[in-house]
Design a protein around this ligand. Structure first.
Ligand code: SAM
Length: 284
């Protein structure tokens, strides 16, 4: 962030809940800005505006991600019969949170949300803990064994029975050195047979589309070189490896709009719409 921008943020004198760092952008708050939320600060909006410079339609893609999540959770809570969800990196509450979608299908479906951003804890806990079947814990998803022993998780989910592991738009915020493959492996190894994992991840289609790959690389630079400091666009092979050993639910690992779309498109696809891969796998 430039000194001009820093001055502007300070001049705006935004009230900051205790413990919330507004000197650097946070993933949860930038995503909130993209979804049209209010829980973000000037430092986050600097990143948001940089994203818009390259992709003015990015807020629509953020909504497409939510619509994908709704289709996935509705199917898992319905025909797939899943009644437990562990939603890692839940983000700030928005329209159609996991528990609202799952509990519309099965009012007793249990959802535990995890996020490590204090703003999600501060603003999100009350909303995301709407009823006895919905809970939130502030924890770090890069520590699978600790997380799976977290009292909020073990008290509200029976990890011996099949559950859904939601890893949506989280692993691309881990740098390669953090070893997202090994982290995901630990979660998959711990899943009981009959469980599902849902994944959505930034994609660099380097082998399939040179122009889109250029776009992905530019977006990655905008995100990783910003004060937010993360956002890796990975190859299809790398993203596939995060669901290794699972049986992919039809139609497999595909772009968001290809995963059981709900009718004809209402607007043309943008570049941003086409740099995510998403899928659901079942543990045999
Ligand atoms: C882009 S948002 C995705 C929100 C939601 N899962 C979705 O797909 O709509 C990523 C979220 O992951 C959280 N996150 C990032 N790294 C994390 C970590 N190490 N532990 C827990 N949460 C993390 C961020 O705080 C943010 O809220």
């Amino acid at each position: 962030m430039s000194s001009e921008e820093l001055k502007r943020a300070a001049a705006q004198g935004e009230a900051t809940p205790k413990g919330i760092d507004t000197s650097t952008a946070s993933v949860a708050r930038v995503y909130d800005a993209l979804l049209g939320g209010k829980d973000n600060y000037e430092v986050d909006r600097v990143v948001y505006r940089s994203v818009l410079e390259s992709s003015p339609e990015a807020p629509r893609t953020a909504q497409a991600i939510r619509q994908w999540l709704v289709r996935v959770v509705r199917w898992l809570a319905g025909p797939a019969g899943m009644d437990q969800f562990l939603d890692l990196g839940s983000g700030l509450p928005t329209v159609e949170n996991t528990h609202e979608v799952a509990q519309r299908v099965n009012p007793e479906a249990r959802v535990v949300y995890i996020d490590n951003d204090p703003i999600v804890g501060a603003h999100g806990r009350a909303l995301l803990e709407e009823n006895d079947y919905t809970h939130f814990a502030e924890a770090d998803l890069t520590r699978p064994s600790e997380l799976l022993q977290h009292p909020v998780v073990t008290q509200h989910l029976d990890l011996e029975r099949p559950y859904v592991l939601m890893q949506c738009n989280t692993l691309h915020h881990l740098m390669d050195e953090e070893n997202p493959y090994e982290i995901m492996r630990s979660y998959l190894d711990a899943l009981p047979s009959g469980s599902y994992a849902a994944l959505c991840h930034f994609w660099d289609p380097a082998e399939e589309d040179a122009e889109l790959s250029e776009f992905a690389k530019d977006m990655e630079a905008r995100l990783t070189e910003s004060s937010m400091g993360s956002g890796r666009f990975r190859t299809r092979k790398q993203i596939e490896s995060y669901l290794e050993g699972l049986e992919l639910v039809e139609p497999g690992l595909v772009m968001l709009h290809e995963w059981w779309p709900e009718g004809p498109r209402l607007s043309p696809l943008t570049n941003m719409d086409q740099v995510f891969l998403s899928g659901v796998g079942r543990k045999p």
